[in-house]
Design a protein around this ligand. Sequence first.
Ligand code: SF4
Ligand code: SF4
Length: 287
Amino acid sequence: ETPIEKKPSWIKTRVRMGPEFTELKGLVKREGLHTVCEEAGCPNIYECWEDREATFLIGGDQCTRRCDFCQIDTGKPAALDRTEPRKVAESVQAMGLRYSTITGVARDDLADGGAWLYAETVRQIHALNPGTGVELLIPDFNAEPDQLAEVFGSRPEVLAHNVETVPRIFKRIRPGFRYARSLDVITQARAAGLVTKSNLILGMGETPDEVSVALRELFDAGCEIITITQYLRPSARHHPVDRWVKPEEFVEHAKTAEAIGFPGVMAGPLVRSSYRAGRLYAQTKAH
Ligand code: SF4
Ligand code: SF4
């Protein structure tokens, strides 16, 4: 990971290797497993793995859409791998995870948008790992009710769909998505009886007031868990960092979200949408 812009002092992680982390690290290497945690160089890996939580990417390494902040390449995806759901479930089992986050690329090349792949991955993880929570972070499936119904029917513990930014700059940052359509996905998930979650990445041109408005709109759309994070530019061809949000501002946004009524809130410079996701889910359920 090469730093593109100088990061402020508060973007620092503590390297604290606990016993669970060390065990998982060796196991993942021996078994040749792939996690987003390692492959994206996530700074939270010591904490999440210590809690036996990890994130996996499905659908391949080429996305049919292009978002300005995302390090995944845009291109023609490889053919659908129908064995992938089983392989991911086996990785979850091998790692003895308590909670797994599954995310993936948009597969607009497939007739079902990848709905089967997402749903089958949840089903396989649950079948092999009855005690493990699954958080499914989905693209929007163009808000197609049939595709969403298949995905929702797999009953992940949490259904996440990230709006990532505020409406004014949304089209520039996520040209393949629509803000209102993303809110609709969240509304449909909540109506299906799922626990819903979304994320906002700050530092891409939004103002603090726009963040407050977006929080209110997300809540009104049915979103229950919200994470608020800092944008880190993956490479020079990505959107530049507009601002480094101070830790105090994250605290303010968290307070706003709690006041609005979100039962699950996590905000901070190093927070990721999958950061301590199992813990946040448990907290939300207990609320
Ligand atoms: Fe990245 Fe998802 Fe956007 Fe594809 S749809 S570019 S994976 S954020
Ligand atoms: Fe893995 Fe997400 Fe935790 Fe990073 S924040 S270590 S990607 S689970």
